[in-house]
Design a protein around this ligand. Structure first.
Ligand code: GDP
Ligand code: MG
Length: 444
């Protein structure tokens, strides 16, 4: 993956005590290749490399950073810049309801993403109305109705199935009027898609847009289609006018070309990423965090945000404290593993942690099965409170006792201690409240 390539290139660079134009050029050549292989638009790559080169060669070396480290910082900043620098939020109407029009080709994930957004707003305490605006495909309406039912969100549908283009506009108008009359905060229009872009579709979308005057027109596009998604964003923007893009299926997109190029090519920000089929698999898109992730720096902030969304404030505090933590104890480790297990697959979570890739490899590469988590918890539970605070107490006879108490073996206890110590090292590396800056420091 791109992040692994970057890790290798930048590790080499960090190792350089003094940077010359020659070794910067050498590194940038590799960065360029990595980006092109990731299917990033070639013109975007060209501009990117040029900006990094100018900055890197002309830089004043900050005392706190090594020269190599500083180039890493420039690459990180420019990657973030390329993707839009700041999180682009959704524009809300000053007088509700906020109207969000979703557009895109069939199969891109429009209907699913409508459900995800509805859930996202609902979690913020907002009342959402979903509008099924694809009357030609009754199944699409059923799909949205099912999503609405599972979320406890209302769905507006046309009662006639033999509807025409004019009806689509009519349905959207009715839906937004109902939203206004009944005091909804947000109305989300799930418009019809086609297999390919055609004039009829574009005319229909333009007509809907003129009729309902949405605050947001969001293109939903499949990240796996790479540069096709980028050119599609350009076409939808020219013909309908977009306020932003939501890229779906990014969890299966090892290359990242669309994520990296859309903003630079079309000028339209990515607002969210779809990261799975489930309704909670939606992430706000943060360019700087994505840049960190691509550089293999992990993404502690996203992890913490996810923890906050899923858990009580108190539990999230545990995660935050542990991650920014002083020294990790076995108690913290157990809490984290339990929590991580609830949050999602171990693999997904570890991928978000700085150095998580390496930790994952240490854990034999696979996502940790539930059974294993159960054993870890049993082992830690079999320790005394004192042992949980101080692993150096764990001598041979204590390990034997713990193994017996937890129904495991001394080898397993030893393995857990090893895992614990590597986790502790990682946590130490990102300690302190400095957030982003600490991520950079973790690279040293
Ligand atoms: P639409 O035709 O644009 O409305 O697309 P749908 O919402 O019906 O989605 C098409 C398929 O893509 C469905 O199987 C969804 O579960 C799947 N899908 C949507 N978003 C994501 C995502 O972020 N990740 C993955 N893996 N699948 C997704
Ligand atoms: Mg659909």
């Amino acid at each position: 993956a791109l992040s692994q390539k970057f890790e290798t290139i930048l590790r080499k660079l960090r190792g350089q005590g003094v940077l010359t134009e020659a070794n910067i050029a050498e590194a940038l050549k590799e960065v360029r290749l990595a980006l092109l292989e990731a299917d990033v638009n070639f013109k975007v790559v060209k501009d990117f490399i040029e900006r990094v080169r100018v900055k890197a060669v002309g830089q004043e070396v900050l005392q706190s950073l090594t020269p190599g480290h500083q180039v890493v910082k420039i690459v990180w900043e420019e990657l973030g810049e390329m993707m839009g620098k700041e999180q682009a939020g959704l524009k809300l109407a000053s007088v509700p309801p906020t109207i969000i029009m979703m557009v895109g080709l069939q199969g891109a994930g429009k209907t699913t993403t409508c459900g995800k957004l509805a859930r996202w707003f609902k979690n913020q305490g907002r009342r959402v109305l979903l509008v099924a605006a694809d009357p030609r495909r009754p199944a699409a309406g059923d799909q949205l109705s099912n999503l609405g039912a599972s979320l406890g969100v209302d769905v507006h549908r046309a009662d006639r199935v033999d509807a025409t283009q004019r009806d689509v506009v009519q349905i959207c108008r009715e839906g937004t009027e109902r939203g206004r009359d009944k005091g909804y905060d947000v109305v989300i229009l799930d418009t019809g898609g086609r297999l390919h872009i055609d004039d009829e579709l574009m005319h229909e979308l333009v007509a809907v847009k003129q009729a309902v005057l949405p605050q947001e027109v969001l293109l939903v596009a499949d990240a796996m289609t790479g540069q096709d998604a980028v050119s599609m964003a350009g076409q939808f923007d020219q013909q309908v006018g977009l306020t932003g893009v939501i890229l779906t299926k990014t969890e299966g997109d090892a290359r990242g070309g669309a994520v990296l190029s859309i903003r630079a090519v079309t000028g339209k920000p990515i607002k969210f990423l779809g990261v799975g089929e489930k309704l909670d698999a939606l992430e706000l898109f943060h360019p700087d965090r994505m840049a960190s992730r691509i550089l293999g720096m992990g993404d502690v902030l996203t992890l913490i945000e996810k923890a906050q969304e899923t858990y009580s404030q108190e539990q999230a505090e545990v995660a935050r404290k542990t991650l920014s933590g002083k020294t990790l104890t076995f108690d913290d480790f157990r809490d984290q593993i339990k929590q991580v297990n609830k949050l999602g697959s171990m693999e997904q979570i570890l991928g978000m942690l700085p150095g998580g890739q390496r930790l994952r490899d240490m854990m034999n590469g696979d996502a940790m099965p539930d059974k294993e988590i159960g054993r870890i918890v049993a082992i830690i539970d079999s320790m005394t409170a004192q042992e949980r605070r101080d692993h150096t107490l764990l001598n041979g006879s204590r390990k034997k006792r713990i193994a017996r108490g937890s129904g495991t073996s001394v080898q397993e206890v030893n393995r857990l201690i090893k895992q614990f110590l590597s986790a502790r090292k990682l946590v130490k590396a990102i300690s302190g409240p400095g957030g982003r800056r600490n991520l950079l420091q973790a690279l040293r």
